[in-house]
Ligand binder design. Structure first.
Ligand code: NAD
Length: 361
């Protein structure tokens, strides 16, 4: 696959680490960044032959098969439309939109252009998530009645996240999108989410958006998806899931307590893990972060889907449903009531499309 990357920040570098790692044959052909200086730095670091400060030039590059979007949330819609209009497959980071309306426009853009729209929800592709999903699909824990997902850390690294206009919200949109989609995969993507009850508050940071939230998402079969998110949790990044079924239970811990503990006086000052708050004392590194966070399996599924003209496990329709659930959470946080999930285009087809979770694993 020949790839264009939009963005040269945190996630673009994570993606590039996965894309050019482990003798992959895929190539990053061109990178876009707002300044040529940043684009060139990224190109030099990852041996990318072309770089530009024009989105149009990047997505239209004649050699490129697929465009990967790693820009701030306010740039997703415009970038998806540009890539789709250039006839390229589009893989967009999370959250797909700042709201369901934007996400739906993106879904329509890829469908109109007849290109693949891959939703880069990496945590669904972590080895632990894939194994959990395959286990659930085999019936090993019976019917899932309650799936809970937690993502908390001290707060994001770039200014735009804290600006509600650019991000679309606070911890709910930034972290809740991961949790909602993990729970959907555990409960079953063909089960319609119907209503949401959410508490959210701004407790710590001087921002308009929420920095803490808890929500319950009710599904039409009675299952509950629960998310807990925070931008003020201290001590690193806490990523955990619990799935409760009629015949069994799954607990996963993706960060902080992965069975890898290390002590250092801090003399070396090395990178420990994403959002780690300290590089001395007792530390909890992650062995291979790119793999443990799902990036390798995610890109493999995306490129296989493009090659085989199939939908990837995580696609733009999923991104749209996630945004619709989060929209209801924002309304509920204000009304303090259960609020309906508005999905005008319910397809209920995701599970039919989702073949091969076990094969992926
Ligand atoms: N696990 C994940 O999947 C994950 C993790 C982190 C971030 N993300 C997502 O990746 C996206 C980028 O986040 P990040 O952490 O890389 O942020 P970042 O601030 O590190 O990088 C953002 C990039 O967007 C560019 N950008 C910002 N505003 C722009 C504008 N107005 N016009 C053009 N370019 C602009 C910046 O120059 C930079 O290249 C967000 O949508 C975020 O939610 C996903």
């Amino acid at each position: 696959m020949k790839l264009a990357i939009l963005g040269s920040g945190f996630i673009a570098r994570f993606y590039a680490d996965a894309l050019v790692g482990q003798r992959r044959k895929d190539e990053i052909t061109i990178v876009y960044s707002r300044t040529l200086e940043n684009a060139k730095k990224f190109a030099d670091d990852y041996k990318v032959p072309h770089y530009t400060d024009s989105i149009k030039e990047c997505v239209s590059h004649k050699e490129v098969d697929a465009v990967i979007i790693g820009l701030s949330n306010d740039m997703h819609l415009e970038s998806v439309i540009a890539a789709a209009e250039a006839g390229k497959h589009v893989l967009c980071t999370k959250p797909l939109g700042r709201n369901a309306k934007e996400a739906y426009q993106m879904l329509q853009a890829v469908e109109k252009a007849n290109v693949t729209g891959g939703y880069l929800e990496d945590l669904v592709y972590s080895p632990k998530s894939l194994k959990s999903m395959a286990t659930i699909q085999s019936g090993a824990i019976g019917e899932v009645i309650w799936a809970k997902s937690r993502e908390t850390h001290p707060g994001p690294h770039s200014d735009w996240f804290w600006d509600k206009e650019k991000s679309g919200g606070g911890a709910i949109i930034d972290l809740g999108c991961h949790c909602v989609e993990l729970c959907r995969n555990y409960i079953g993507k063909n089960v319609k989410p119907v209503e949401v009850m959410c508490w959210a508050d701004t407790r710590v940071h001087p921002i308009d958006a929420e920095d803490n939230a808890v929500a319950l998402v009710k599904y039409e079969n009675g299952a509950i998806g629960q998310f807990e998110v925070s931008w003020s949790f201290r001590g690193g990044m806490d990523l955990r899931e619990e799935v409760m079924g009629t015949e069994g239970t799954i607990w996963t811990n993706n960060f902080l307590r992965t069975g890898f503990e290390m002590f250092t006086s801090g003399k070396g000052g090395n990178y420990i893990a994403e959002k780690a708050e300290s590089n001395s004392g007792w530390l909890f590194p992650v062995g291979d972060e790119v793999n443990e966070l799902g990036y390798n399996h995610m890109f493999t599924d995306m490129f296989d889907a493009i090659d085989n003209k199939k939908q990837p496990l995580e696609n733009f329709y999923d991104g749209y449903v996630v945004n619709a659930i989060l929209d209801a959470a924002f309304v509920s946080a204000k009304s303090k009531k259960w609020e309906p999930v508005q999905i005008d285009d319910w397809r209920g087809v995701a599970q039919k499309k989702v073949q091969g979770v076990a094969a992926l694993w």
